[in-house]
Design a protein around this ligand. Sequence first.
Ligand SMILES: [Fe+2]
Length: 323
Amino acid sequence: MSAVASQTNFNHTHFNKAHSNIVVKPSTPVIGAEIEGIDLRKPLTPQEVDDIHQALLQWKVLFFRDQPISDEEQLRFGRYFGKLTPAHPIMLGLPHQPAIWERAASEYKPKYRPDLNIPTSRPNRDYKGWHIDITFVANPNKYSILRGIEIPAYGGDTLWSNLEAAYEGLSPQIRSLIDGLQVVHRTNSYDSGWKNQNRREIGPLTALHPVVRVHPETGKKHLFINPGTSSHIVGLKERESQALIDLLADEISRPEYQVRFHWTPHALVIWDNRATAHAGPIDYAHFNAPRIVRRITVAGDLPKGPDGFVSRPLEGELFGTID
Ligand SMILES: [Fe+2]
């Protein structure tokens, strides 16, 4: 267990600069920190990697501004933290770079801004809302690393929520109720509706996960409900299951557990997908500007519950690695 585990989530002290020149500036008392004093165009030292890792365990999402890096440098940054995965279990990555998933405004705009008549081969897509990345596989990625390629002057912000704080915010009675439950996560209708895109032709992906997950490094418990893809809780009546999922999803989206990031050109964000949910871009319906981001993900392990339950696939395969 790391030294971070002995600190509370709400420790508001600045990072101890024991090793490198990295400076960690918390964004809120609960989640998020801006990282300064590092140049991601250069290889990192082991001390820098360790400092980033420790900051990530504590603050859960880290924001790096003004990092004009290449695709290769983004991949190199990801590899410091583990093996990379393909771009997505369903969607294909860039033709020349299968680990990179590019998301562009054109996916959103035809629906919301039909007046713009933007040529696109991609279908309309709704705002995705709060989610944890790719929990429809039994081994979702541990980190997601998103880099701004084209960023609007305003709008297109992303939110992250601290799922440990959300769990701790529940009453002890609710926590003990959910500690031993399992929930089915599956690809949802709009995932399967991504037709005519660069996607793998595979069937539905479904995984069984604990409702509460124990972080493999800090040992802390967090809510592991994905509002977009958690279909039902095992053993409950349908109305009980839906009411409980709604209650927990509502807890995840409470503002007191959140940080909001306004993207700037060449910003890069890394988040711990084992302790956060996120939502974004949150406002595409309301502005007219390009927004292109590129994401890579670092492979994760099988989630474990407080009772030792280990996630497993129900339909489809485990998510592999690319190198
Ligand atoms: Fe996401």
